[in-house]
Design a protein around this ligand. Structure first.
Ligand SMILES: [Zn+2]
Length: 106
């Protein structure tokens, strides 16, 4: 993962993140933060849920995504969540898909 300082951005301290879907850079406020939550079903399935963190307050590793169906589809196709969030197992993006398609994030 490359995280460079922005030259020519002095004085403008808005954080810039890369969308895991389209790989475009955008300010953090334009992107939705998502995190991985391990399923606690006791079955040890290793299933991990990808959920939105609209308040950006959850600790741990997060990934950023434009909250649009297009970028979500791109990220899923490229398995970008697993890579960005260091998830080795299966990522369940169901809750995130519902939130984005239902317009409950943003
Ligand atoms: Zn995007």
């Amino acid at each position: 993962m490359v995280r460079r300082a922005e030259p020519g951005d002095a004085g403008l301290t808005r954080p810039v993140r890369t969308c895991v879907g389209c790989r475009q850079r955008a300010t953090a406020s334009e992107l939705l933060r998502v995190i991985a939550v391990a399923e606690a079903d006791g079955a040890g399935s290793g299933q991990v849920r990808i959920v939105a963190d609209p308040r950006r307050r959850a600790s741990g590793r997060g990934a950023h995504l434009h909250p649009t169906p297009a970028c979500l589809a791109l990220a899923e196709r490229r398995r970008a969540f697993g890579r960005a969030l260091r998830v080795a197992g299966v990522c369940d993006t169901g809750p995130l898909t519902e939130a984005i398609h239902g317009g409950t994030v943003r």
